[in-house]
Design a protein around this ligand. Sequence first.
Ligand code: NAI
Ligand code: PHE
Length: 346
Amino acid sequence: MKEILTAWDGEAVLIRHDAQTGAVIIIGIHSSKFGPATGGTRLMKYNTVEDAIQDAQKLSSGMTYKFALADFPRGGGKAVIALSRVLLPEERHGLLMRYGSWIRQLNGYYYTGPDVGTTPEDMDVIATTGDPYVFSRTPANGGAGGSGEATGYGTYCGMKAVGAHLFGTRTLAGKKILVQGIGSVGRPLLGYLKSEGAEILISDVDERVANDYPEYVFVTPARVYQTPCDIFSPCALGGILNADTIPQLRCKAVVGAANNQLGTEADADFLARQNILYAPDFACNIGGALAITGMEAMGWSKQVAFEQVSRVEQTLTTIFTLADEQRINTHVAARNLVREKLNRIQ
Ligand code: NAI
Ligand code: PHE
């Protein structure tokens, strides 16, 4: 345990056991330097508490990176609710209420929103006891709703930066783009890609999505990494760019929304050696957190929020230029940019 804590450069790991359900709730606070730590709540099963702690740490670091790159005055935090078993609806409801009370006790040290396993409806429940520290409630409860559309839009803007850098054109018309994970981010992303005339391929473990989108080629999960395309867009799971998958890839670029796509940091070099342009996940997937917190905490209109999200394109262009100039990989270039921004506000 000590190793897990000392290997991380974050501020705090808060942890509590929920006796009624056996769940362990972990809040990772990576940094409050840029503003109050903010990030979603991931609710799922984990094999061990150590795995859950490490996930909370990694995900909260990612939030610091996202907000810093967007020059948005929020810090990095993330919560993991690690379940040890499937809960009945009323048990889950009670757990979320107790979690909300804990967030309120923290008195603004951590603000939450949705992530994998939680929805705006869950934010409504958490906000009953956790208000005003809960973003992304449903519009019926005064929130801005789900974050997937803005995240999909930011990812699409990121693809334009890749287009300009690799193909000499921002337009994605005719580009073959394979989206892995057709969920709350993947679906709106498909809409933006379609509006530009991209050639779209989709993949999901839930093969029913093939019926929802009969106009696109469906790639089975078993073939997703080997399928030739211009841009591969991971919008499902983390850790999918690794020593096993990278040699299989037949794409020119990876641009997706999934958090923590690299298996290890060294995998960014591996991608570069394979001549694959990697758009760092934390530079691409800020859209939802930025738009929702901007609308709810700063009073932005939806139009202003989406204009802000479109800055993903410029940020990635800067990262690609730095990487080329300094002959470093794009992940390191993005990380250096974050460190510079954080150092400036010592
Ligand atoms: P979601 O749960 O709505 O959708 C995920 C989709 O991926 C589902 O359709 C699921 O069936 C599919 N999937 C799961 N495992 C898969 C696999 N092995 N291969 C192919 N498909 C698989 O999740 P959401 O909200 O769309 O998020 C997707 C990713 O983007 C997650 O990693 C999340 O952390 C990240 N993200 C989401 C944001 C948001 O605003 N929703 C913001 C930033 C990051
Ligand atoms: N799940 C979002 C992310 O990973 C976090 C978030 C969404 C935070 C909405 C606040 C509001 O970026």
